[in-house]
Design a protein around this ligand. Structure first.
Ligand SMILES: *Cc1c(COP(=O)(O)O)cnc(C)c1O
Ligand SMILES: [Zn+2]
Length: 388
């Protein structure tokens, strides 16, 4: 295992920082830091064929992952999820090239496992003993699981009305579960206050540089699973936006390695009509998003009123020729039933939202039935069984 990690770079002011000390956000401007790799050296040493003999999973991409010593990798078998051809669902729309990336099969039942496997591994490598996270539910149980495996002390802060399963799950892994009044932004304020006092490492979405490195592996897998030709469009339920910006980063890295062309999928951000800060900013032509007031939706993972990476999400959507749109809770619930009954897939409400959005985009003519489209089912419906 050899990582080509070189340094951290601020996505806003472009200042560089050492990758071998602990960082959260940019010390100068407080925006998102990205891990950077020596991709020129990597290009000469790492080829697509090297992947073939490797064990499956997220860590087979070690050259462009941030952990230096394999002994520090904390893994539960995350990643390498199926790309399912949704033939029956597609037939309903005369579409023969509709696919679902099934992230519900990850450890702890959601794609949060990818991000937290990467963040906990790198934190372990840099000497972290205790970590804290604000979460709408799935990030909490993922940090709790990977933290347990790494022997770390874990504190999770969740809205009091988080689905019961997620609270119980985090507690089962031995995490300290703190419930707060308000939403994930309120939970984030508690974490910042307590972490500073207690010396916990804060692994809030995109406020440390490595969760996004785990999420980017969804983009790497898409490229490989489509034989190095990316799809026409990707629909992604957007909360903090780690997945959308992570995949966008992955595509750039793959192009620099010479593994894919400069063509990109339309990146399409799906939000709930009760919490749609990114959609509102996209429609207004803004580069940043105002926080959403009184956020409400049945899909906890996208009940995120403000995202630190708003400028990165909006840039990826625009540069890709994508769009952003909302769906209602009623449409989400209908989509959960349809996916379950037509494809045998019990999706998380966030994942089901992408199917509702797909149908709308076909109706509106933004997408055509002959385009190759990937819906992201980001989690398992088993976490929120009482929704339907
Ligand atoms: C967290 C979460 C999301 C939103 O993911 P981001 O990458 O933060 O935008 C979507 N779906 C599920 C199931 C989640 O847990
Ligand atoms: Zn900066």
């Amino acid at each position: 295992m050899h990582s080509y990690l070189t340094h951290l770079e601020c996505t806003r002011c472009h200042e560089t920082h050492s990758a071998d000390e602990l960082h959260t956000t940019c010390p100068s401007c407080n925006k998102v830091l990205y891990a950077r790799y020596d991709l020129d050296a990597c290009r000469d040493a790492f080829s697509r064929d090297d992947l073939l003999g490797r064990e499956g999973g997220m860590w087979r991409w070690s050259e462009i992952m941030p952990v230096r010593d394999a002994a520090n990798v904390v893994s539960l078998g995350e990643g390498h999820t199926p790309l399912l051809h949704a033939e029956a669902l597609g037939r309903r729309h005369a579409a023969s090239r509709l696919y679902i990336k099934e992230e519900g099969l990850n450890p702890t039942g959601s794609f949060k496992a990818r991000g937290l496997s990467a963040a906990v591994s790198r934190a372990k490598e840099l000497g972290v003993r205790a970590a804290a996270i604000p979460s709408a539910g799935n990030a909490a149980s993922a940090l709790a699981a990977y933290g347990a495996r790494a022997g770390m002390d874990v504190h999770v802060y969740m809205p009091a009305d988080t689905p019961d399963m997620m609270k119980r799950e985090a507690a089962a892994y031995g995490a300290h579960v703190h419930l707060v009044d308000g939403l994930i932004d309120a939970a984030g304020r508690h974490v910042r206050e307590r972490a500073a006092v207690e010396g916990w490492f804060d692994v809030s979405t995109l406020k440390e540089p490595y969760r996004v490195e785990g999420k980017k592996t969804m983009g790497l897998e898409l490229a490989e699973q489509f034989a190095w030709a990316l799809p026409d469009a990707v629909l992604y339920p957007t909360g903090g936006g780690t997945g959308i910006v992570g995949m966008w980063k992955a595509f750039d890295e793959l192009e620099t390695l010479g593994w894919i062309s400069s063509e990109r999928p339309k990146m399409i951000s799906v939000q709930a009509d009760g919490c749609a800060p990114i959609v509102r900013a996209f429609e207004a032509g803004d580069d940043e998003a105002e926080p959403w007031e009184d956020a409400q939706t049945v899909a906890p993972g996208i009940r995120v009123p403000a995202a630190i990476a708003d400028y990165l999400i909006l840039a990826a959507i625009r540069e890709s020729g994508g769009t952003a749109l909302t769906v209602s809770d009623g449409e989400i619930l209908d989509a959960i039933r349809t996916l379950a009954q037509v494809e045998g897939l019990f999706a998380a409400p966030e994942g089901a939202a992408t199917y509702a959005a797909y149908a709308k985009l076909l109706d509106a003519g933004f997408l055509s039935p002959d385009e190759r489209v990937v819906l992201f089912n980001t989690g398992s419906g088993l976490k929120t069984p009482d929704l339907i």
